[in-house]
Design a binder for this molecule. Structure first.
Ligand code: VGL
Ligand code: ZN
Length: 197
């Protein structure tokens, strides 16, 4: 059975100095690089927003970053402008080994955010990743990257829902931890039957 590593959003904007910096985000890079040779298949996600993206506080009159808004698909956190397509901030960290099979871009539709690598934030628009993995005969997945309590957790929980065996290498992740989001994400992942290492 081929093993797969799904590396989530290890991009400049989520590392120290970036627009939505996660504390210690760059510490994940050597840990992830060391994991890469152990897997048959290596996949990366890249948060990839147009400048007019609706998850940016700057695109909502008078709204501050890290507040909540209501979208047609449900509640949505408003973020600082980050990972804009083609910018330095959207590039992968320069020391991350880029090898392996595929780079999945997400969050490219202006009207909808996508934390998960599998479904956009309406929880029903598929990215196609399930089909890609199934076609390749992949049944188990290990995740690492940024941010543990958003894109990693959403991706891991969706992967479990889609029937994959899921492990999250928490050591090779860092969290944003907005209002208890880390504790909630860890609880939700455990409840979904995900192995946390
Ligand atoms: C992420 C917030 C907004 C993440 C992406 O990668 O966890 N978080 N966009
Ligand atoms: Zn984003």
């Amino acid at each position: 059975m081929p093993t797969a590593l799904l590396i989530i959003d290890v991009q400049n904007d989520f590392c120290p100095g970036g627009a939505l910096a996660v504390e210690g985000g760059d510490d994940t890079v050597p840990l992830i690089n060391a994991m890469i040779p152990e897997f048959d298949s290596v996949l990366y996600t890249q948060d990839w927003h147009p400048e007019n993206h609706s998850s940016f506080a700057a695109n909502h009159e008078g709204a501050a970053p890290f507040t909540q808004t209501e979208m047609p698909y449900g509640p949505q956190t408003l973020w600082p402008t980050h990972c804009v397509q083609g910018t330095k901030g959207a590039e992968f960290h320069k020391d991350l080994i880029l090898t392996g099979d595929m780079i999945l871009r997400k969050g490219f539709r202006p009207a909808i955010d996508s934390y998960s690598a599998f479904f956009e934030n309406d929880r029903e628009t598929p990215t196609g990743l399930t089909g890609y993995l199934r076609t390749r005969g992949i049944t188990s997945l290990t995740l690492a990257g940024l941010a543990l309590d958003y894109c990693v957790a959403y991706s891991a929980i969706d992967a479990a829902k889609e029937g994959f065996r899921v492990t999250v290498m928490t050591e090779a992740c860092r969290a944003i931890d907005l209002e208890g989001s880390l504790t909630k994400a860890l609880d939700d992942m455990e409840a979904a039957g995900i192995t946390l290492l």
